[in-house]
Design a protein around this ligand. Structure first.
Ligand SMILES: [Zn+2]
Length: 245
């Protein structure tokens, strides 16, 4: 290996640091987004509960109205009882009165149940609201911390990028292009170190995909400064420090 491949090895190490710093930056920004999403889903739950309460109220109002109408009916039936002319008429009115009363008491139970539901839902709403308030405080804290961290990581990235550019300047355009392309494919991992399979054997494998590499390729790497890529994964092959000496 010569200056080109050595340069690529150096570039790979800077590339790794650059990617790691970028990943940290993305992670700290993601922590804010995750919390924002949590708050949003709590707010949705809150809205859904409120709507549920609204619907229950409509239902209980309707029952209240029915109750009032029946109360009027009961008053009227009671008055009619007093003016009933025959026993048969009296008995019929009495039956109607009792049925209406029974309906009303059923109605009252239903209303009570609905009111209990509303109360439970309102408690639930309050709980969710508390959670939202708490989460918002946590979010504020996270946001502040993330901003500080992001500034730090951005400065690091800028510094490493300068270093990257400097190292890249020493590498000819074509190998540099190949490096960039392969790095994009393998999340920054453009180079693969050739692995020797056992100490004394002449069998080699690509350290990236573990497919075998011909001894001829290894020979070229030892004697020349050419870009040789793994036939399988296309990573740029380099020798480990052991073979390099
Ligand atoms: Zn490979």
């Amino acid at each position: 290996m010569g200056p080109v491949l050595d340069g690529l090895v150096k570039l790979q190490s800077v590339e790794n640091r650059l990617r790691a710093a970028k990943a940290k930056l993305a992670r700290c920004r993601r922590s804010v987004i995750i919390q924002e999403n949590q708050i949003r889903s709590l707010q949705n739950a809150f809205e859904a509960k409120k709507e549920e309460i609204q619907l229950t109220k409509i239902q209980s109002d309707r029952l209240e109205l029915e109750l009032k109408i029946r109360d009027d009916q009961i008053a009227r039936l009671r008055a009619s009882l007093n003016t009933a002319k025959t026993n048969k008429e009296y008995a019929a009115l009495l039956t109607q009165l009792n049925t209406t009363k029974a309906d009303n008491s059923k109605n009252e139970t239903q209303i009570l149940d609905l009111l209990k539901d509303i109360e439970a839902d309102e408690d639930e709403c309050e709980k969710i609201q508390n959670q939202i308030d708490q989460q918002k405080q946590t979010l504020e804290q996270t946001r502040k911390e993330a901003e500080i961290l992001a500034t730090k990581y951005e400065a690091q990235i800028e510094e490493i990028q300068i270093e990257w550019n400097q190292v890249a300047q020493a590498i000819p355009a074509d190998p540099l292009e190949i490096f960039k392309r392969v790095a994009e494919t393998y999340d920054g991992e453009a180079l693969a170190v050739v692995d020797r399979q056992g100490v004394k054997t002449e069998v080699y494998a690509c350290g990236g995909c573990f497919m075998s590499i011909t001894a001829e390729s290894v020979n070229l790497l030892m004697t020349k400064d050419d870009i040789i890529r793994c036939a399988n994964c296309t990573r740029i092959l380099v020798l480990g420090s052991e073979e390099n000496i």
